[in-house]
Design a protein around this ligand. Structure first.
Ligand SMILES: *Cc1c(COP(=O)(O)O)cnc(C)c1O
Length: 238
């Protein structure tokens, strides 16, 4: 067994244990394997072990990897910051975008998504930590943005996503995840069909699952520590 498939099993076991501890069906939590900065061989190894959904942060790297894998059975999620001049390749190649925080980006993705493709699944990124430096809309901005996105023809608004500030304080981290769930529940109460809470990474997926995560985004615990991101994308992102 490769270390990637062993790591995948270990992460899956963590997800199952966390879901059971929360009284949830383990099948209600999907694992998104975050392969950013990792070579296509690593994605291939994970795919051979049965992993289907992969997350990428950098447009060119992601598009190249999607082409290199050439496997229509895989599902690709764009989870990085997205500039408006780079929406087209994302609209054309990915299945999901998690970090929507401006209507303009959503409108471009919708108009650039080919009519022959299924609508692009999107999540609104919410800044649950209140840090001015982080991307994501404020909780107060979520309802208006959600309503505006919900009517775009080639997008399917699936839910909300967050990246809380790094902290060793478990109760603080849980309160951030809980805040995202409360926001999602408020939109559902308004009549929106939102089935996704994208939250939790390698170090905090248990807390996220306890608060209702339906997609956990896990990189390091599957593929190992990362080197620096590729140069062209580092200078171009946000
Ligand atoms: C890199 C990244 C992850 C994965 O983080 P790990 O700590 O390596 O599990 C998850 N979500 C986003 C948005 C990321 O950029």
């Amino acid at each position: 067994m490769t270390s990637i498939s062993a790591n995948l099993q270990a992460v899956s076991a963590r997800i199952v244990a966390a879901a059971r501890a929360a009284g949830r069906d383990p099948a209600s939590v999907r694992l998104l394997a975050v392969s950013k900065t990792k070579p296509a061989e690593d994605v291939r190894a994970a795919a051979a072990a049965g992993q289907r959904a992969f997350g990428e942060n950098y447009v060119q790297e992601g598009v190249d990897k999607i082409a290199a894998l050439g496997d229509p059975g895989l599902e690709w999620h764009f989870i990085g910051p997205l500039q408006s001049n780079k929406t087209r390749p994302v609209a054309e190649s990915f299945d999901w975008v998690h970090g929507i925080d401006r209507l303009k980006i959503a409108e471009r993705l919708s108009s650039q998504r080919g009519g022959d493709l299924r609508p692009l699944n999107v999540c609104i990124q919410v800044n649950v930590s209140g840090e001015t430096s982080k991307s994501g809309v404020t909780p107060a901005e979520v309802p208006a943005l959600a309503r505006a996105i919900a009517v775009l023809p080639q997008l399917c608004l699936r839910g909300l996503m967050c990246i809380p500030e790094p902290s060793t304080d478990q109760s603080l981290v849980r309160s951030r995840f809980a805040a995202l769930r409360v926001l999602r529940d408020a939109l559902v109460a308004e009549g929106m069909t939102l089935d996704t809470l994208s939250m939790g990474m390698s170090h905090d997926l248990e807390a996220a699952i306890a608060e209702g995560a339906t997609i956990v985004r896990v990189g390091t615990a599957i593929f190992g520590e990362r080197q620096l991101p590729p140069h062209q994308d580092r200078t171009a992102s946000h």
